[in-house]
Write a protein that binds this ligand. Structure first.
Ligand code: FES
Length: 293
């Protein structure tokens, strides 16, 4: 039995699903504006926003409790608690936006992560009120808040590293995609204007043929958000550009270059170079400093 095995049980706790469904309905109603939701996912940043904000809240709260634990200055501790509380609203909003577009197991862990953080915030707010009202030092509340916040952060780490909730699921493609030209089969077997799935070496790719070989677009077939098969997505035209909507959580990508148009994804779909008019050939588009296999 290892310490984190309990979190694995949490991932499978179906008892949380009814609560998750109710919370998800509320979050989706509140965050129905797509521009707001994209902003909270971090599409404008090209990176998930929640972890960037969470480090401000977590760092402030942890520092405040450590100051309290070593008997440091109450003024400094209060200032850090105030910073942590001020950063809570955007951090929580970004977190719920990401949570509402995740898998069941991720949502179960995410609910407990949110509950621990909410309890921590309540403790720190109460500590600050106690001090300001002259009704006590708030020291104990700060220490309890710091402990809860640390436990919430551990679950946040699990969500990120073990469950890959905010990870870029296309990151490995430039490393494992074929660096040498690979045949994908006769071009004529790819229907016009209809994306199909093919294999480039071992890597599933999305192929969209608009006419001649020069008009073939090849991308990784796995959505960078949570790996949905993009060839099952809907095509549309946005601002004159052909785009594909992911079949799972409706991220929208520009087909020409894989750029994110709408989240929850924040990373682009990796692309492939193509050539050949009879038999289509592809190789992965590498990044500077990365050698494909
Ligand atoms: S897998 Fe979630 S948007 Fe594609």
């Amino acid at each position: 039995m290892r310490p984190f095995d309990d979190i694995l049980r949490l991932e499978r706790a179906e008892a949380l699903d009814r609560l998750a469904a109710a919370v998800r309905a509320v979050v989706q109603r509140v965050l129905h504006n797509r521009t707001l939701k994209d902003a909270l996912h971090g599409v404008w940043l090209g990176h998930p926003l929640h972890p960037a904000l969470a480090q401000i809240a977590l760092g402030s709260f942890t520092s405040a409790s450590l100051i309290e634990a070593v008997g440091g200055g109450r003024r400094e501790s209060s200032g850090l608690i105030a910073v942590g509380l001020a950063s809570t609203v955007p951090t929580v909003a970004a977190g719920w936006a990401d949570w509402s577009e995740s898998h069941e197991g991720q949502q179960r862990v995410g609910l407990v992560h949110a509950a621990l953080n909410a309890a921590a915030v309540a403790c720190f707010a109460a500590a600050l009120l106690q001090r300001r009202g002259g009704r006590g030092t708030g020291g104990l509340l700060s220490l309890v808040g710091g402990t809860l916040s640390g436990a919430g952060a551990a679950l946040g780490g699990h969500l990120w590293y073990r469950q890959a909730t905010g990870a870029n699921h296309g990151n490995e493609v430039p490393h494992v995609g074929p660096g040498n030209w690979q045949p994908l089969g006769p071009l004529a077997e790819s229907p016009l204007g209809q994306p199909v799935r093919r294999l480039a070496g071992d890597v599933p790719v999305f192929v969209l043929r608009n006419g001649t070989a020069a008009e073939v677009t090849v991308l990784s077939n796995r959505c960078p958000h949570l790996s949905a098969p993009l060839h099952q997505g809907q095509l549309s035209t946005i601002d004159g550009e052909v785009c594909v909507t992911c079949p799972w959580h409706a991220s929208v990508f520009r087909v020409r270059d894989g750029v994110v148009v709408h989240g929850p994804a924040t990373a682009p779909v990796p692309g492939f170079e193509s050539r050949g008019e009879g038999v289509l050939q592809v190789r992965v588009r590498t990044l500077p400093g990365i050698e494909a296999s």
